[in-house]
Design a protein around this ligand. Sequence first.
Ligand code: NAD
Ligand code: MG
Length: 474
Amino acid sequence: MRPASSDTWRIAGWPRVRNGSADESGHADYECVKICYNTQVFDQGPRSLSLLRQELGHVATGEQSGLLPRWLRPPIPLNHSKRIAILGATGSIGQSTLAVLRHASQATDSALAENGRFRLFGISGHENLADLAAAAREFQPDFVVCSNPESNSHWSESCPEFSGRFETGADALVALASHPHVDVVVAAIVGRAGLESTMAAIESGKLVALANKETLVVAGHLATDLATKTDARILPVDSEHSAIFQCLHSGCGREIRRVILTASGGPFRTWTAEQQRNVTPEQARAHPTWKMGAKISIDSATMMNKALELIEAKWLFGLEPEQLEVVVHPESIVHSMVEFVDGSILAQCSPPDMKLPIQAALDYPNRFDSPASRLDFSSSFGLNFEPPDMDRFPALLVGLEVASRGGSCGVVLNAANEVAVQAFLERRIRFSEIVPVCRKVLDSHPFEPYPDLKSILELDCWARLESCQCISSY
Ligand code: NAD
Ligand code: MG
């Protein structure tokens, strides 16, 4: 199977980060290298740079590695099934993750036989015990957590046949996230409520498939510092960040000019500011291209979701705020783009379906057949791009400012937004008042450049109280 010319070898799996300098002694510079010839995987595993050079003649783009953050490296391959914990298994991302695992367990193709190594070790949910019980019956995990302590007494009625470990409360979430038998934690709890468990997973050195963008918004500096110390991986589930991550494989850190996050524009993309005043929660929840939980749907309608994603991208990819841009793309097919210094722009495209970015994170750097829908070129369709209107969607300006200022701005913005979104859902404020509440609380907060976790939690409480007061004055 070895090709005649070493030039035809390809290293896949992006062995981005060199481990050290000891390649002459045979130590692995790359923790995980997948060596391919055309579509065939020849070898996989830790390799030294000098051995790779001897074997392959040259080391493709691997030598440019080391410029992306450590937490984006491929994980060390396991010799057993990947044991997965889904935090927030009853939500939209949690259910899509279950669909990916279901597909992987049922598929018979050889790539999946190789990759059919997922085992659902644990799940959590907060309120919907029926969905939690259904997942427990189907996947028979070892550990089920109901994070809402009040639902304790109902579990045995909901799932009498479950014989594994069942616990309730926030501490149980942390216990699941850091459990020694868990390899991959899918962080799919919505909002600030996901912070402690996501941080616990990072602290325990897990591979974190991160949907809970709020963790990076609130504590991006702490999460990334911690991941560097514990060797945890943080891989994106958010579709834009997954797209950027996939595009980044064509270059390296210093070759990136900018990343361009696409935004659908939400249900009110073409509405005037005046029209947006009387929007109802039902209208705001009806996203034109994605089916998501309530909070992120409202965030998409105000475009605060894109604001949070700018901050998420800054931390995840170690980018300067000036390298971040947003373009409105109503079809949600181009999930984001990366422009390199030579002017080349790479994009990742697929129909809007979260199953694809979820499985990209679960099995990175591998790819396997997906239950996600495919683009169909048998009929014509168009792709449109337009600049965002910052006047009608001021949340974007707030996001850019918070990405630039950093420090305590993220936690304050996130808390104010969560409170304002909830108030809107309960019809206590207008849709058009959500962003002004965030702006007011952000402007009045005591800025801290590098808050520790204790300060973050205090600022979160402070900002929630301030937001409530602000809302009561409307
Ligand atoms: P969702 O509302 O559908 O589900 C949220 C999950 O979190 C549920 O399992 C719920 O039981 C749990 N939860 C709620 N409150 C909790 C609490 N206080 N403590 C512990 N658990 C709690 O939300 P979603 O749309 O799946 O979004 C989840 C996360 O993924 C969010 O951070 C969101 O921004 C992100 N995300 C979602 C999508 C999407 O398509 N839905 C896309 C990209 C990113
Ligand atoms: Mg997104």
